[in-house]
Structures are given as structure tokens and as C-alpha cells.
Design a protein around this ligand. Structure first.
Ligand code: HEC
Length: 453
């Protein structure tokens, strides 16, 4: 076996190309191209890594463009996988530490790989994606159950949506309104979006419509509703991307959902181009209790448009502006005699945005809650802290919540190109605050839980 490994290295050196070298070496005495004991290999190293970190999206029926169910399927992608993993693009995760941001706690379901894991992807590709020996296969961790545990109710969408590619677009945004049917206030602690047609589910923003204004929508649908909820007063509570876990609040925390309120999903559909595709079965699974929990929670929308004062108004991102910054400050009011803690943050911008940071300013010190420096409109999530609520980050009267957003309104920004193409423009245009694709926002939905002192 030693000899085989040596042969492999020679083979790679001679061929001089990363992918496939082991199979081209021809120097081996084993059936699988001399790679049996090369490490890392599929059976001993990569299969469990891929199962835990990639297959939730990269498997049959998943949202990614190719599957990694087994060695045969995965091998051709080894070099591309290594490149995407090394660049931090895969698995998708956007809340990271930076020079200006050290979040107070780790986030739940942090998808990032360790240095060693990243190195394993690189080494595997460099070795030519060896298969290894199936008799040495290590056990594969069972897939994590992606479903909300013990939902109280699962609510189907009312109507039906058809998406079909046109000459100019594959993308459609429709708002779906869900009636939870509660005649009393309830307290939500879990929400799961169950896409009806995963093939066309691109991403979703979740809003509470407290007055139930969307009840008037025919079939519970408002088509082409842009970047917002489609009603005047609604609260962003977070985003969902395929492959992400159900939204759950920490133990003891429930989000107040008034009687008569509705849940609105701002649903971005992406047509595959293969003909009309129908979604008539998207559902919302929710878990709630009728009893107020120990900690009540609400989402405060801070920024523009939201509560807060825009520094240097007007909010205007000139055509061609690069590194343009908008800052909005909100002075935390007196909540009364309560203990209030931040447990969730959902940064939100549109397509001109490139970086966003949400912080608390207290006594001249800035405490960063979350930064998303490689902003991607398509991968918006609600980030929740992995800490008991009683130890969560405290907010007090006198604090300032500051959101700082950076925009690139030039053709160097691929998302700007995309947004312009959608409206048939070829040059950047001035961008103001609003809900349309070519408007911008600098908004955070902060999950705040409180209890009487
Ligand atoms: C949350 C879902 C998700 C997870 C988890 C995920 N991917 Fe992906 N991956 C995607 C999607 C969706 C695409 C298609 C490109 C896009 O939309 O960004 C993609 C594309 C890719 C591509 C092709 C890039 C391109 O531009 O076409 C590679 C390579 C890749 N993923 C590797 C990985 C590896 C390796 C892992 C695990 C370490 C992983 N992905 C985990 C969803 C995911």
C-alpha cells in the first residue's frame, strides 16, 4: 500500500494537472487506479463531509444544479467544489466576522466549514478525487431532519401560481397570504416554509401583516408585489432560502401574532425555462402556543424604510456611485421596566447593496450584532444567536441601533446588471428608498424578546 501511495504522487507530478491525475497515473497495482489508501478519499473522508454540509441542497430534488449523492456523481465536481469552498461561496453563509464586526454570540446553524474541512476539499481535488476503499467506509451522519418539530398547524396556500420563463425574465415575485385562523393572540416559536414546487422556489421573505390587510387578496395572492409585503404596514420577520432550517425562537420566547393577523410570504419564483410550472401547494407550518411565553417577542424594523433617522438625507444612491454609504440610527425608547434581549437579526437590502452591518452604540462603544459583507439578495436569512435568551444581548433605553449599508451602483456589481436587465435598462440609474427592484433599503428586522423585571 505504501508503494501505491508513492506511485500516486509520482503519477500526479508527471501529469501535473490536479483533477484526474490519480486515474491517469497508470502506475498502480489496485483496481481503482491506485488511490485506495490516498487520503483524503471519498469513503474515509469526503462522504461524511459532503453528507453533512452539501447534500441538503446538492441531492435529488434539492435546489442546487447538481447532486452529490455518491462518489460517481460527486467526483467530476471535485475541482469546482474545492474552488467554491476555498472562496467561501459554498456552503452559502453570509454572516461573518470582519475587522469591524465580532458578533456577540455564535449563530445557530452556522454553515461554515472549518479550516481542516476546507483543506480536505482542496487536497481531495489535488489528489484527483480518489475513491478509497469501500470496506473502510466510515459511517455517514444521518441527514438532519429539515422539518419543524411538532407543528401546531400546517396551512396550505389558497390559490395557485404559474411561472413560465419569458424572453426577458425567469424571475417572478408574488406575495402569498396565509390565515393562521387565530381568534386570540398567539405566540409563534417556529415557522417553516414548505415549498410546493422546489424547482421554482428561489427565496422567500416572511412578514407579519398585523391588521390582516391581505385578507382582501383574491385567492390569497398578490401577483408581482415587488420587494415588499404588498400591504402598507407589515413587519419583516426574516428570510428563508431553500436548504435553510425552519425559523425557531429560543426556548421561552414566542413572537406575538395578533388575532386577525396574517402571514405574508414574499415569494421569489425562478422559472427553469422548461415550460409553465405550477405551484399550488406551498404551505406554512407553524408552531405556537396560546399562552404567553416567559419572554414575549416582536420584530422591530430599524432602518430605511423603518424606524430611525437617516444620516445625511436624502437617501439617494447616485447612478455610478461606488462605496456609497447610508447610515440610519434609531434611539431605543424606554420599554418600561423590562429586560429586553436581541435574539435575531435579518439584514435586508436589495440588489445595489454589497455590505451591511447592524450594531448597537452604547456609551461611545459600538457592539456589532451582525455583518453581511458579501451581501447576496438571493441568500437572505434570519440569523439567530445560539445562546439562552437570558444571556442574550441586552438592549436598553439610550442605546442607538445603527444600520450601515454600502452600495455599488455601477455595472461592476453583477446584481445591478441583473436588476437593470429586468426593467430593460442598460445604464445605472439613481436609486432611492422603496420597495421596487430598483429601489433600495437599508433595513434590519431585529427580534427582541422582553419580560417584566
Ligand atoms: C443551502 C443550499 C446549498 C448548500 C448547503 C450547498 N450548496 Fe452548492 N450550490 C447551491 C446552489 C443553489 C447552487 C447554484 C448556484 C447558486 O445559486 O449560487 C450551488 C452551486 C454550487 C457549485 C457550482 C457553482 C456554480 O457557480 O455553478 C459548486 C461547485 C457547489 N455548489 C459546491 C458545494 C459544496 C462543495 C457544498 C458543501 C460543502 C455545497 N455546495 C453546499 C446550494 C447549496
Amino acid at each position: 500500500m505504501r508503494l501505491t501511495r508513492l506511485a500516486l504522487w509520482i503519477g500526479c507530478a508527471v501529469v501535473g494537472s490536479a483533477v484526474g491525475c490519480s486515474n491517469q497515473s497508470g502506475l498502480s497495482g489496485t483496481d481503482d487506479g491506485g488511490t485506495t489508501d490516498a487520503r483524503p478519499n471519498w469513503y474515509e473522508d469526503m462522504a461524511p463531509l459532503v453528507a453533512s454540509n452539501c447534500q441538503s441542497c446538492h441531492s435529488d430534488g434539492g435546489i442546487a444544479p447538481f447532486s452529490m449523492n455518491d462518489y460517481e456523481e460527486t467526483r467530476p465536481w471535485a475541482a469546482f467544489m474545492a474552488q467554491q469552498v476555498a472562496a467561501g461561496i459554498m456552503p452559502p453563509w453570509h454572516a461573518v466576522e470582519t475587522e469591524t464586526c465580532a458578533p456577540p454570540f455564535p449563530f445557530n446553524h452556522d454553515a461554515r466549514l472549518s479550516e481542516e474541512e476546507i483543506q480536505a476539499f482542496i487536497d481531495w481535488a489535488d489528489l484527483g478525487a480518489p475513491e478509497g476503499d469501500p470496506t473502510l467506509a466510515v459511517s455517514i451522519p444521518p441527514p438532519i431532519d429539515p422539518n419543524l418539530k411538532n407543528p401546531t398547524a400546517t396551512i396550505p396556500m389558497q390559490g395557485s401560481i404559474t411561472v413560465e420563463a419569458t424572453d426577458t425574465t425567469l424571475d417572478f415575485v408574488h406575495c402569498l397570504s396565509f390565515d393562521l385562523g387565530n381568534t386570540e393572540n398567539i405566540y409563534l416559536d417556529g415557522i417553516q416554509v414548505i415549498p410546493g414546487n422546489p424547482e421554482v422556489a428561489h427565496h422567500v421573505l416572511m412578514f407579519i401583516d398585523p391588521a390582516g390587510a391581505s385578507a382582501s387578496w383574491q385567492d390569497g395572492i398578490r401577483e408581482d408585489c415587488g420587494g415588499g409585503p404588498g400591504v402598507a404596514d407589515a413587519t419583516l420577520i426574516g428570510g428563508w432560502v431553500p436548504g435553510s432550517f425552519p425559523f425557531q425562537s429560543p426556548a421561552g420566547v414566542g413572537v406575538e401574532f395578533p388575532a386577525g393577523a396574517r402571514m405574508i410570504l414574499n415569494y421569489h419564483y425562478h422559472a427553469t425555462g422548461g415550460g409553465p410550472e405550477v405551484d399550488d401547494s406551498t404551505a406554512l407550518a407553524v408552531r405556537y402556543s396560546a399562552q404567553p411565553p416567559e419572554w414575549s417577542s416582536f420584530f422591530e424594523l430599524v432602518g430605511a424604510p423603518g424606524v430611525g433617522t437617516i444620516q445625511d438625507p436624502p437617501f439617494l444612491i447616485k447612478a455610478g456611485a461606488k462605496d456609497h454609504e447610508e447610515v440610519v440610527d434609531w434611539f431605543v425608547p424606554d420599554f418600561g421596566n423590562v429586560d429586553a434581549r436581541v435574539w435575531a437579526a435579518a439584514n435586508h437590502m436589495h440588489k445595489v447593496g454589497v455590505d451591511m452591518q447592524t450594531s448597537i452604540i452604547r456609551g461611545g462603544e459600538e457592539y456589532c450584532l451582525v455583518q453581511t459583507p458579501s451581501w447576496d439578495f438571493n441568500w437572505q436569512r434570519i440569523y439567530t444567536y445560539d445562546t439562552p435568551i437570558a444571556e442574550g444581548f441586552k438592549v436598553e433605553n439610550g442605546d442607538i441601533v445603527r444600520v450601515r449599508c454600502t452600495y455599488d451602483n455601477t455595472m461592476d456589481n453583477p446584481a445591478v446588471l441583473e436588476a437593470l436587465a429586468e426593467v430593460g435598462e442598460t445604464e445605472p440609474i439613481d436609486v432611492e428608498v422603496g420597495e421596487g427592484t430598483l429601489d433600495e433599503m437599508c433595513l434590519v428586522g431585529l427580534g427582541v424578546a422582553y419580560k417584566p423585571l
